[in-house]
Design a protein around this ligand. Structure first.
Ligand code: 6PG
Length: 467
């Protein structure tokens, strides 16, 4: 059978690796890059592979049979629009453009509408797994019309990561739902990284453990409930030494950067009023970390507790920390999935949470053993509004709360900043409260702004002359 020829625009590491992945899976791959040198280099490095580079975009487009399948792996934002504009002239009816970048979902929606008017099909697909994922198999989240997905799903099946032979890709939904899901994935990624960093901070600064000991703890944790890609790489990071034999982790600046997807998911949570507190704290923490100079100055003026932490039972404390991490991870995923639930209802995307959790099990950055628990929860109840209401999660979380309460109290008492851990327990305490003090907020709103309030004894809206 003749091999299918597909195209990729953008030969950064992700584009290059995806090209090799497609070729390995039997495709002929046409490649194009703004700088021809880069694509030429890839072809020269792989002389026996079915990879073909082109100087002119026109020749690149015409190298493929119709309907063409063109993958974009370019910088998100304006570059995507520029690239689309540059190829439009040469495209034909029913050609398919597949944007695999971290595009903002509202841009994806606009692009799809615009291109559909020109009879060009468009797919906004989130991919996760970093460079190695692109090469060996990423987790893929395609959002588009179902009929368009059906035309290209065989390619996604071939190149995606596999979990027990099941491809980590599925149809997500229409519009920008694929990119929306990728955005939530990234929010969860931020949350996971933050709670792991807070655990590191506690092990280092409260228990005064060294890098090797910390690595051992993460490695042990990776064998149990917390088993995940991020815990695994964390245990390895603490062992890496620089050329001068110093631990690399101790030489890395603590100002953490971000590319924006974390901010987007928080903005969306505020727009649709979905409480995403743990992830919001994680994004804010990156901003605080970037205030390196300010923090330096503040550290000389703003004092904290001086007392040394005395741990009576180190093993018990470490187990409390492990439970805190699992508790907080559950809260983070619950908040992320609840946001998906809310947006799905609002946009009528009909998201399938079982399939979403399934495609996260391999290839992507948040792959973790406990996704199977999420799958079970949604299998039992497809209309589950919050994972915490599922039997497995409610039981674990009720049990583990006491560990997190201890960890949060000790950290606060001894001046360790733990925004994600404390937001996890606060969310839990708010969510499980039949009565919140927000009756007072309602009264205040009515007092100063005549905003009215509802009563618990009589139906309707009320205003009181408070003075
Ligand atoms: C993935 C990642 C990836 C993301 C980086 C950087 O799933 O492969 O989410 O898409 O771009 O992790 O994200 P930040 O720079 O925002 O940390």
């Amino acid at each position: 059978m003749e091999k299918e020829q597909v195209g990729i625009i953008g030969m950064s590491v992700m584009g290059r690796n995806l090209c090799l992945n497609l070729e390995r899976n039997g495709y002929f791959v046409s490649i194009f890059n703004r700088s021809y040198k880069k694509s030429k280099k890839i072809v020269l490095e792989h002389p026996k592979k079915n990879i073909f580079c082109f100087k002119k975009i026109k020749d690149f487009i015409f190298s493929m049979k119709r309907p063409r399948k063109i993958f974009l792996l370019v910088q998100s934002g304006i570059v995507v629009d520029k690239v689309i504009k540059s190829i439009l002239l040469y495209l034909n009816k029913y050609d398919i453009i597949i944007d695999l970048g971290n595009s903002f979902y509202k841009d994806t929606i606009k692009r799809e509408i615009y291109l559909n008017k020109l009879n060009i099909k468009f797919v906004g697909a989130g991919i996760s797994g970093g460079e190695m994922g692109a090469l060996l198999g990423p987790s893929i989240m395609p959002g588009c019309k179902k009929s368009v997905y059906d035309n290209i799903k065989h390619i996604f099946f071939d190149i995606s990561a596999k979990y027990n032979k099941t491809p980590c890709v599925d149809y997500i939904g229409p519009d920008g739902s694929g990119h929306y899901l990728k955005m939530v994935h990234n929010g969860i990624e931020y949350g996971d990284m933050q709670i792991i960093a807070e655990s590191y901070c506690i092990l280092k600064n409260l228990l005064k453990l060294n890098n090797k000991e910390i690595s051992n703890i993460f490695s042990t944790w990776n064998k149990g409930e917390l088993n995940s890609y991020l815990i695994e790489i964390t245990s390895l990071i603490f062992l890496k030494k620089d050329t001068d034999k110093k631990y690399l982790i101790d030489l890395i600046s603590d100002a953490a950067k971000n590319k924006g997807t974390g901010k987007w998911v928080c903005k969306s949570s505020l727009e649709i009023e979905s409480p995403l507190s743990l992830i919001i704290e994680s994004v804010i923490y990156r901003y605080i970390s970037s205030l390196k100079h300010e923090r330096n100055c503040a550290s000389k003026i703003l004092i904290g507790p001086k007392k040394q932490f005395l741990c009576k039972d180190k093993d018990a404390f470490i187990e409390d920390l492990r439970r805190s991490l699992y508790f907080s991870k559950i809260i983070s995923y619950s908040q992320g999935f609840s946001q998906l639930y809310k947006i799905s209802k609002k946009k009528k995307w009909n998201l399938n949470y079982v399939n979403i959790a399934k495609i996260f099990r391999s290839g992507c950055i948040i792959r973790a053993k406990f996704l199977n628990k999420i799958i079970n929860a949604y299998k039992k109840n497809i209309n589950l509004k919050n994972l915490l209401l599922d039997k497995y999660f409610s039981k674990i979380i009720c049990n583990y709360q006491f560990s997190l309460r201890k960890i949060v109290s000790s950290s606060v008492l001894y001046g360790i900043s733990i925004p994600a851990f404390s937001s996890a327990i606060s969310y839990y305490d708010s969510y499980r409260s039949k009565n919140l003090p927000s009756n007072l907020i309602q009264a205040q709103r009515d007092f100063f702004g005549s905003h009215e309030y509802e009563r618990i004894d009589v139906k309707g809206s009320f205003h009181t002359n408070w003075k």
